[in-house]
Design a protein around this ligand. Structure first.
Ligand code: ADP
Length: 307
């Protein structure tokens, strides 16, 4: 595998002392869809702003396609496309005008890159004369993506492109990202949605500025330790309070309308012990079933175990 990006021990502290990134190191391979997955405030945008040469790291080194991100920022900017987390287009220009503007800026042309952008452009065509500011959230993101691709970048960065986008458009957006990859472009994307992680070839999990896992989603799920169960209760709030004094070797967390629990001891004794404990403390478990872990379960498990 050839590296498109090598990140070595990058740290960033903002004025005021917030340590947004702490010794972040990982590689992104050429032509993969690489996901940076973590909750709000984890440091994803800070890392993207450093990778796209918009802010400087406090320490560390980043090599991208053979260039140094700090020293060779001019070359880097020509070779990358960036879809930032906030709407970055001209709201008073139409869809077509925005795209033409970015094509001229990058000394490129819509026609020369039609093959690359056509899956997105086809969806935008019915709105081509609409002002960008009047598009729906999903359509705004598709236009922004078109504009970020108009110079055929080697690497495309997308910072939380599906935040605030409806589920159908989110799915369409990820299909588009896969098609961009199939045309030879490396895609680096951040998301707070763990379910989207499975659409990436590899992911890095980040929390409080620290990368704590890098692997394929399938490997991460496979490495899950313990026995995972899902259960429901009549009163999840009082159940969580009771769980605080549970003597078993387990971790637990609310998950939608259910609660997930991971047992680390022999399940043939751990499960009955748990049920006895609940009964002794006046809790009614409606159902408890073994389940396969999701990437979100893996994320929570690793973070909770570290705590
Ligand atoms: P994410 O994109 O994962 O939500 P960010 O990189 O935006 O995370 O933020 C990481 C941390 O740095 C947060 O605690 C955030 O409040 C802080 N932060 C981000 N930008 C600034 C800034 N310009 N000045 C001070 N603190 C910042």
């Amino acid at each position: 595998m050839t590296n498109a990006i090598s990140i070595e021990s990058v740290s960033k502290t903002y004025d005021g002392g917030v340590r947004a990134l702490q010794h972040v190191s990982f590689d992104v391979f050429e032509n993969e869809v690489f996901g940076l997955v973590g909750p709000d405030g984890a440091g994803k945008s800070t890392l993207f702003n450093i990778l796209t040469s918009l802010i400087l790291p406090e320490e560390g080194k980043i090599s991208m396609l053979g260039y140094d991100v700090v020293k060779d920022y001019k070359e880097i900017r020509r070779m990358i496309g960036y879809l930032p987390g906030t709407f970055s287009l001209y709201p008073d220009l139409t869809v077509q005008e925005n795209l033409e503007f970015f094509a001229v800026m990058y000394e490129s042309s819509i026609r020369a890159n039609m093959r690359l952008i056509s899956p997105i452009w086809k969806q935008l065509m019915p709105f081509k004369d609409r002002k960008a500011g009047k598009l729906s959230g999903g359509m705004k993101q598709k236009l922004a993506l078109c504009c970020a691709l108009i110079h055929r970048p080697h690497i495309l960065f997308l910072d939380e492109p599906t935040t605030g986008v409806d589920p159908v458009s989110r799915k369409e957006f990820w299909d588009i990202l896969r098609s961009i990859k199939s045309q030879g472009i490396t895609v680096v994307v951040s998301t707070p949605y763990m379910d989207e992680a499975t659409r990436c070839d590899r992911i890095a999990m980040i929390q409080e500025g620290v990368i704590f896992k890098i692997d394929t989603p399938a490997n991460i799920v496979q490495q899950f330790q313990g026995h995972l169960y899902s259960f429901k209760s009549e009163n999840i709030f009082s159940l969580l309070q009771v769980m605080e004094s549970c003597p078993l070797n387990c971790i637990y967390y609310p998950y939608g309308e259910s609660c997930h629990i991971v047992f680390y001891d022999d399940i043939s004794t751990a499960l009955p012990s748990f049920q006895d404990f609940m009964q002794q403390n006046g809790q009614t478990i409606l159902e408890i079933i073994p389940i396969e872990p999701s990437v979100e379960d893996c994320f929570i498990e690793i973070v909770k175990k570290a705590e």
